[in-house]
Design a protein around this ligand. Structure first.
Ligand code: HEC
Length: 138
């Protein structure tokens, strides 16, 4: 009985990992010195409200974001256009990225650490994410 369940687990694992591979799409990102190809998370973009994008743009320029980010190219942090290529505009990703702006973090892009921004409200952080993710829609 044990052997049988071992095989079932293995088979499931193989099926699941194949599916994960098929769903991934590869793209070249803008940052010229980034040699690796990054996986783009597949998914449909949800429509964005142009007012929110505008507000987000202002918030990004009034905060310290451009100390470490540029729009089109890599600086200390990833290019905003690369971030927008990577994530589909969906609530789950917007929430996740907004939380990351507030709490900071590392490990997603193979860059150094992003500093936390505890003074930014969740609402403002989401507006900034809308702006950043809107950049590849033009
Ligand atoms: C001290 C430098 C620094 C500052 C200031 C900074 N960032 Fe970052 N940012 C980074 C780094 C480094 C990463 C990559 C982190 C990683 O690899 O997980 C990053 C990643 C991101 C990501 C992508 C996160 C992910 O998980 O894919 C977003 C969105 C982002 N920054 C937005 C902002 C915004 C908005 C601001 C201004 C409020 C800002 N950053 C300020 C360094 C910075």
């Amino acid at each position: 009985m044990k052997v049988v369940s071992y095989f079932i687990v293995c088979a499931l694992w193989i099926i699941m990992s194949c599916q994960a591979k098929m769903e991934r799409q590869v793209t070249k990102l803008n940052s010229p010195d980034l040699k690796e190809e990054f996986y783009v998370i597949p998914g449909e973009d949800e429509p964005l409200d142009p007012e929110s994008i505008k507000k987000g743009k202002v918030l990004v320029s009034y905060n310290d974001c451009y100390h470490c980010h540029r729009e089109e190219s890599r600086a200390k942090g990833p290019a905003f256009t690369d971030i927008s290529k990577r994530y589909p505009i969906q609530k789950a990703y917007v929430d996740m990225l907004a939380r990351k702006i507030i709490s900071g973090g590392t490990g997603t892009w193979g860059y150094p650490v992003m500093s936390p921004h505890p003074k930014i409200s969740e609402e403002d952080a989401k507006l900034m994410v809308y702006y950043i993710l809107s950049l590849d829609q033009k």
